[in-house]
Design a protein around this ligand. Sequence first.
Ligand code: LLP
Length: 435
Amino acid sequence: MHHFHYTNQNLHCESVDLAAVARLYGTPTYVYSATTIADNYRRLATCLPGLDVGICYAVKANSNLAVLRHLHQLGAGFDLVSGGEIRRVLAAGGDLSRSVFAGVGKSEDEIRLALEHGVMALHVESEPELARINHVAGTLGRPAPVALRINPDVDAKTHAKITTGKRGNKFGIPLAQAERIHEALGKLRHVTLRGVQMHIGSQLTEVGPFVDAVAKAAPFVAELRRAHGIEYFSIGGGMGVVYDDALASGRAEWWDAKPVAQRPLTPEVYGEALLPLLQPLDVRILLEHGRFLVANAGVLLSRVEHLKRGDGKAFLVIDAGMNDLLRPALYDGRHEIVPLQRDTSRRALVADVVGPICESSDCFARDRQLQELGEGELLALMSAGAYGFSMASRYNSRPLPAEVLVQGSAFEMVTARETFAQMTANEKIPAFLEG
Ligand code: LLP
């Protein structure tokens, strides 16, 4: 569920008319609903009743400082993957003692930064990494809390580019090898084992792979609980969201109208399936969802540049490009596209919705049926709150877009559109080309 809806045929985020936001701040602009994030957070936090649950929001999904502050205030810790993300969480007032540091290639500097700020644990992905963490902790004179990321070899049944828990993926330690590593841990003086972690992939739409992965990992978690008294089991993130019917799925009737077997994965279904497997482990459970918390809480506002009629085909050229929202180009991601002003008297248009970038992959939708739109009219790409701005680039020397946060009838720009001066601030002409 989310808080985007039409009121008097104008698309609103909570009580804010999105056309007004576009007029004020220009386009392309990301807009996020704080209330949707809060609702999603509460649903996730209560999906495993009776268990001690911590949420470590995956910052990579949306690392805007205001979004991080909001999640911190809701009670979230964070799942971090770089020194930059650590610094963002600190800048937003977040708490590293409730956060974990993941990734296959943490540098010594990043490990030091995490330890100096009292991170809850570093998630270890290999033996050489464990040795590096032990070394850095030794130089700091403080033990490093760690958790072993295992690779349970489970097919997440999602896009190949976002599958992470299968043999052959670079992530995690195969279970058989993990047994050896935890024995070796005894010899390392500067690390303490705190937990076990796994993450099998992103945008999972069925609960089965989560159940299989937890069932595979559970005996190992139980063994480490006995042998080392580990405190937590992080089952990663990965819960998928509804991209196809993004706008309709914000309403309860949409869910109710679907036969139970066809309903999308929800925290409630996820929790109910996993609770019986997790309960006997008697450890704290960490959830590292990113997309579920923020995807349907965000839209990308854009303006039509032209309606170009080609050879038997129409192209709706908009002012957002693959540099602003990469998911369609990179993962064939589908985002619903809706006009900010709905006009049911207009004809339908079937068009490819494309950006201005000089690449054929700069295409948001092929042969999409839309209300006819013309130059200057506004539209929204729905469910763009996760992996939208955070994957944006300056390709074609386009400035990074603006971001706006809405709560009720209040809204504020939380990232200003980049200027040309900011875009080129770190560049210079070398002396040997001067003059
Ligand atoms: N934990 C770990 C260790 C991860 O690697 C990830 C995501 C998450 C948690 C959060 O997963 P989520 O709940 O958001 O699915 N850019 C891609 C998604 C990449 C996900 C990478 N890892 C996309 O736009 O679909």
